[in-house]
Design a protein around this ligand. Structure first.
Ligand code: PDD
Length: 285
């Protein structure tokens, strides 16, 4: 079955889904995106993702391309037209198409909207979750508004590539004080020596992950002690457990940080418990 993408009002075969050469997303990374997980044809935490989309757009002074209800309808069409059982919906909104000039188009142009579907092999994900992954730490070279889910991901992709070349799954980015901000495309968590689940508090330094938010709710329901504070690379290396979170994979246990094995070198019990609890706490639609 061929993939279908939504591009500015039209449903197109994936191979033919194109945007204009002067789309500001293409020329300036002048846009934002969302990734919504799809599990058994259900959207996971759609409302939180769409709220964050609105927040990111407001942060860059880009208009919503259409009312939320219309957007929700298109997202559902894309899920159904692609018969997407498990995977992700990618939504990208840019400031639109305009003759190249750094300042905003004046008069304003219509924002561009692209929605695509991508299948994920859940069995493969579960195999990785069972084994755990390794991460490597490196300096966080991103801009200072990481709370905006901008398509400008140069520092993120360079970090991810460096991790892959080091044989690791993810890069943990480290601020000037030696504290972990987050992963290149995930939020970062540890369980410290006191058995406390720790993740960095929200702020401009990290993306407010939807999975992070739902996991915090789930941890409270499960009676897991959790604190939102920054943690250092040193504390992470001495953690008894660690994991990363993001839509689609939800939790990936981390069993190695740089050259240091975490805990027993196997996924920890809190990571496993919390991953199951996520599916109870998440809202599907
Ligand atoms: N990445 N931090 C960063 C920098 C991210 O890019 C992401 C998501 C997260 C986790 O956010 P959430 O739980 O809302 O997925 C944290 C997506 C999946 C991506 O870029 O593909």
């Amino acid at each position: 079955m061929s993939r279908i993408a939504y591009v500015n009002g039209r449903y197109l075969r994936h191979a033919e889904a194109c945007v204009h050469v002067e789309d500001r997303g293409y020329q300036f990374s002048d846009g934002v995106y969302e990734v919504i997980g799809v599990h058994e044809m259900q959207l996971m935490d759609e409302d939180y993702h769409l709220k964050r989309l609105q927040r990111s757009l407001a942060g860059l002074r880009i208009d919503m391309p259409m009312p939320i209800a219309s957007l929700q309808q298109i997202i559902r069409h894309v899920v159904h037209r692609n018969i997407l059982h498990n995977g992700m919906i990618y939504i990208q909104v840019t400031r639109g198409v305009s003759r190249r000039d750094h300042a905003f188009p004046n008069p304003p142009v219509r924002p561009s909207l692209v929605i695509t579907a991508k299948r994920v092999d859940e069995k493969r994900v579960l195999r990785v979750v069972k084994e755990g992954v390794s991460v490597v730490t490196m300096p966080d070279q991103r801009w200072t508004r990481r709370d905006i889910k901008s398509v400008s991901l140069l520092a993120n992709i360079l970090a991810k590539q460096a991790a892959r070349e080091a044989g690791a799954y993810e890069a943990w980015l480290v601020d000037e004080d030696g504290m972990v901000t987050e992963g290149s495309s995930t939020n970062a968590w540890i369980v410290n020596q006191d058995g406390l689940l720790v993740t960095r508090p929200l702020g401009q330094e990290i993306l407010p992950g939807v999975t992070r938010r739902v996991l915090l709710e789930a941890a409270k329901c499960e009676g897991i002690d959790v604190v939102e504070r920054a943690f250092s690379v040193d504390e992470a290396r001495n953690a008894v457990e660690a994991f990363i979170s993001a839509s689609t994979a939800i939790i990936m246990p981390v069993v190695k940080i740089d050259d240091r094995i975490i805990g027993s070198g196997r996924p920890g019990s809190i990571s496993v418990k919390l991953r199951a609890a996520y599916y109870k706490a998440a809202k599907t639609s």
